[in-house]
Design a protein around this ligand. Sequence first.
Ligand code: SIN
Length: 337
Amino acid sequence: MAINSNSPHQIVVLGTGGTIAGRASQAGDNIGYTAGEVGVAQLLELLPGGAALLAEQVAQVDSKDMGFALWQQLAQRCAHWLAQPEVQGIVITHGTDTLEETAYFLQAVLCPAKPVVLACAMRPATALVPDGPQNLLDAVAVASMPGARGVVAVCAGRIHSALDVQKVHSYQVDAFASGDAGLVGVVEEGRVRLQRVWPDYVYEQNWPLAQVECAQAAIKNIVNGTFPASGWPRVEIVLNYAGASGLLVDALVAQGVQGLVVAGTGNGTLHADLQAALLRAVAAGVAVVRATRCVFGRVLATPADVVIDSQGLAPVKARIALMLALLANSASSSIRD
Ligand code: SIN
């Protein structure tokens, strides 16, 4: 499929790095490369009609190093472009390793009425058979589709919602899954075949700790670049496993952690010693949320629960939701003060 360069509806491609922009010293090498080396404009030159797209290099990082400052910058650039009437959608080139976190963050803070499509690759741009160009072409097809909205990821011809996408393979080109929720759709030869609705608002479904109004205030601060003096809240993830103790939790509380997500076993179950430490953390004022370390399924609440569950969010996304909820709470106290 060639990109329709005569379209009056502009697609903006924001580059952040990743393997899709990776460069190896040998063409046959799919793993010994440096991520984030090739500029986004150069990636687009390889696509038929790609030069007609508007490219902006936001960063050039290996996404393992993704962090709050870059998330904020990316949210600001997305908000800028989404507000332009001639822009139909945004494609973001991104590394696969933390793609699901960026996708969830952007959906939570932007909840865009236009499509924001994350494109990635498992093989570097210099590979003998790179997967990036096809993924990028597919992402542009999704961003160009009338009616598309929300943040999605496109990889190996599959469209995943920001709310459900998870990297589930460390090497294969089809590295992502959407769990029980299933795909939003597929891209076949430039045509999008939808299988369910586009991602929509997240707070009411996934955000038990904050009211939507406070969330909006916090999010406005993220997109405007103004924060409460305390900055981003510190939220860490701990894991349940055979022989887990409460030592890490106690140490984190002593260090002043503000939130904890525990990746429990199975239906969010916790070793008795870890659970006792988490309850001590709650008593000390730390917000604690319980997810499951299982790739598929979610924590199903029971009347016996002593730690609230993540409403179906995987641990890394529950952490972002909790950070945003804590920011929302600090926004609401600064509104009250
Ligand atoms: C990265 O996440 O930036 C490197 C790995 C990848 O993109 O597959």
